[in-house]
Ligand binder design. Structure first.
Ligand SMILES: Cc1cc2nc3c(=O)[nH]c(=O)nc-3n(C[C@H](O)[C@H](O)[C@H](O)COP(=O)(O)OP(=O)(O)OC[C@H]3O[C@@H](n4cnc5c(N)ncnc54)[C@H](O)[C@@H]3O)c2cc1C
Length: 243
């Protein structure tokens, strides 16, 4: 089968990959994304969190020194570290990749209707107050407002379970805390998620089709409309939608 792709302008893509098994379908998705994107002239950087043995526990070790060593208050320490170059080396490396990229992708299996802990911990530690958000830098005025982000995930449950009338509920509602509460909160334009439903239950042919659909999605990133959220100007002084 021959697939024709549009020529796209070069992008810098940062994939944060969270799966413990290198033969998994999640790993196949990340490998395929890398091959397809690089073949069309894009740059790809991957943080393979399990392979890196990324420490997801957020605590004092996030910092090389502390403002207050008697009482740990993470957001205050984050602001202090932002002003004094005080983040630990592993956090600084991930922040650099975030500022480098045009497009951020989270690749993960849905675990308990959310991110695997290693990826949630990556967010807890890397998305630091002062450096990544805060001081009026949020939502459509966020630090990353010129950048795009996208979730690529697999589920155990099949698609009908993730509709409005499905037993698990609409996948868009399940992913809202990640899309809106994490990615859009720090300014990203969030593209609609790419979901492989029932990854272990479908056959190889269907999985192959999903890989091709994913390639198509990635190569059309520049033409993909982000999810529409209200903008800051839509809210009053109490951050409630103006009537
Ligand atoms: C802690 C935990 C919580 C969970 N919570 C949820 C939940 O809330 N909701 C839910 O729906 N599910 C849940 N699950 C299930 C989980 O989401 C799925 O098991 C996962 O998404 C499947 O993706 P995978 O990459 O691990 O699949 P794998 O099992 O690794 O892969 C699926 C199949 O793809 C094959 N494959 C690999 N590479 C290729 C390739 N290149 N081409 C074709 N086939 C290939 C593999 O050999 C395998 O047969 C949970 C699981 C755990 C462990």
């Amino acid at each position: 089968m021959y697939i024709t792709y549009r020529i796209i302008s070069q992008m810098k893509i940062f994939i944060v990959h969270a799966h413990p098994e290198e033969k998994s379908f999640n790993a196949a998705l990340t490998r395929h994304a890398t091959n397809v994107l690089e073949a069309s002239g894009n740059e790809v950087v991957i943080s393979d969190l399990y392979a890196m043995k990324f420490d997801p526990v957020s605590d004092r070790r996030n910092f090389t020194f502390q403002q207050d060593s008697n009482y740990f208050k993470q957001q205050l320490e984050e602001k202090y570290a932002t002003e004094n170059d005080g983040f630990s080396a592993d956090i600084k490396a991930e922040m650099e990749k975030l500022f480098w990229c045009d497009v951020l992708i989270f690749q993960f299996p849905l675990w308990w209707f959310g991110l695997p802990a290693i990826l949630k911990g990556w967010v807890d530690r890397v998305f630091a107050s002062g450096k990544i958000y805060g001081g009026g830098k949020w939502y459509d005025n966020g630090i990353f407002k010129e950048k795009k982000a996208m979730l690529s995930l697999t589920t155990g449950g099949k698609l009908p379970m993730y509709t409005e009338i499905g037993i698990n509920g609409d996948i868009r509602s399940i992913l809202y805390p990640i899309n809106h509460g994490i990615l859009h909160f720090v300014g990203f334009d969030v593209l609609p998620q790419f979901v492989v439903f029932g990854a272990s239950q479908i056959n190889d042919e269907r999985r192959q089709a999903y890989l091709e659909e994913y390639a198509e999605r990635l190569l059309n990133i520049n033409d993909t409309h982000p999810i529409i959220y209200p903008v800051l100007a839509d809210f009053d002084a109490d951050f409630q939608l103006k009537s």
